[in-house]
Write a protein that binds this ligand. Structure first.
Ligand code: PLP
Length: 393
């Protein structure tokens, strides 16, 4: 076999989402795409806000061929200025453009952070259930992923996190609003985590970084507040993305923001910029940078996601499933009354696609992504309720 052992192993480990994707294609071919209810993929389906199209028009009308050239690896200085304003507003701390590196989405942001801070064997702790790619992003840079279970309601289990921190811990990675649970951590959870990292850092005589993955920061419901990480902990990074709040997932655009008072700030920034270059990203896409500079404060119609969430919650209630009502993102992670893989099989027979919770590190749950229309949710309701009945047999 010419494949590397690691990639062979990864193909096996990442099989849940792939499996669902392939099953989905098969089902859609067999029954027609409109007969299959696919809630397995977190691919934003809402159109980008109107500002995006207006910006594209403006860029085409005043076309400047220089737009497409190489630029500094950290991104266009004027775009970084605007991102600094956005982060300063959202985090409540003054951040300058020097502390912003434009990246290929949050995925690019996380990879350059880990490339910059990890030595082989360094541990990165993250709450479980988790975004599956975290394992790969940490291992890409020879780190060791350490998942730690959240509480039943998916809030942070600070005691479990405390037990997991060792002299080898280099970073804690959190994601709020969360994929796959929709949970948003409160300011007291963030404060508690920050205090824990300060204490353990002192104990072990080292810096433990906090990495906050925030692609869903502005997809929030019911006026929930997403607390600032920067206010509580100076050894922190924000990995940001426009994939979800502007529905620009295919354009690969986001950034890293570094806390202005991080102790090794200047060296870390140099490291991040170099990592952006040598990981092969070189720089974030030029056109996408121009778009987000004009649309940094716009967002998709979040109330549509909220309506879908409410419809799904009422369906789950009627089906008798236990769930935590999502406060943000476009995911939910209900508990199921049987083995999660078997439950997904039953759902599939009812032409509904969902991902088994074990794919996110927590079995006996399923992940539903509400990137489908209200109409789809209403149409699938009888099928879903039938699946819940069948699961009780
Ligand atoms: N982090 C989380 C929690 C995600 O859900 C995703 C995408 O689904 C990403 C990071 C990567 O996002 P991006 O498209 O910005 O790379």
């Amino acid at each position: 076999m010419s494949l590397s052992k690691q990639i062979e192993n990864y193909l096996e480990r990442s099989s849940w989402i792939r499996k669902m994707f392939e099953e989905g294609l098969k089902l859609k071919k067999l029954h027609g795409p409109d007969k299959v209810f696919d809630l397995s993929l977190g691919n934003p389906d809402l159109p980008p806000p109107v500002e995006v199209k207006e910006t594209l028009k403006k860029l085409a009308e005043n076309y400047n061929p220089d737009l497409h050239r190489y630029m500094p690896n950290a991104g266009f200085p004027e775009v970084r200025e605007i991102m600094a304003k956005k982060v300063s507003k959202e985090q409540g701390i003054n951040v300058s453009s020097n502390e912003i590196i434009m990246t290929c989405g949050a995925a690019g942001a996380l990879n350059i952070i880990f490339k910059t801070i990890l030595d082989p064997g360094d541990e990165v702790i993250f709450p479980s259930p988790f975004f599956v790619e975290y394992f790969f992003y940490v291992e890409n840079h020879q780190g060791k992923p350490i998942p730690v279970r959240t509480q039943e309601d998916f809030s942070l289990d600070l005691q479990a996190l405390e037990r997991a921190i060792t002299p080898k811990t280099k970073a804690v990675l959190i994601n709020s609003p969360n994929n796959p649970t929709g949970q948003v951590y409160t300011s007291s959870e963030i404060e508690g985590l920050a205090n824990l990292l300060k204490e353990k850092g002192k104990l072990y005589g080292k810096t433990i970084y906090l990495v906050s993955d925030e692609p869903y920061r502005n997809l929030i419901f019911d006026k929930v507040e997403v607390p600032s990480i920067f206010k509580y902990y100076s050894e922190s990074f924000v990995a940001y993305s426009f994939s979800k709040e502007l529905s620009l997932a295919g354009e690969r655009i986001g950034f890293v923001a570094v806390h202005p008072e991080m102790s090794a700030r200047a060296k870390i920034l140099d490291g991040l910029i170099l990592a952006n270059r040598i990981l092969g990203f070189v720089n974030a896409p030029a056109l996408a940078q121009r778009i987000v500079a004009e649309c940094a404060f716009a967002r998709v119609a979040v109330e549509i996601y909220k309506k879908r969430r409410d419809l799904l919650c009422s369906m789950l209630e009627e089906g008798g499933l236990e769930f935590v009502k999502p406060k943000g993102s476009f995911f939910m992670f209900p508990k199921v009354p049987m083995d999660d893989v078997k439950f997904c099989e039953i759902l599939k027979e009812e032409l509904i696609l969902a991902v088994p919770g074990r794919g996110f590190g927590v079995p006996n749950h399923i992940r539903l992504a509400f990137c489908v229309s209200e109409d789809v949710i209403l149409k699938m309701r009888p099928n879903f309720l039938r699946a819940c009945e069948r699961a009780k047999e």
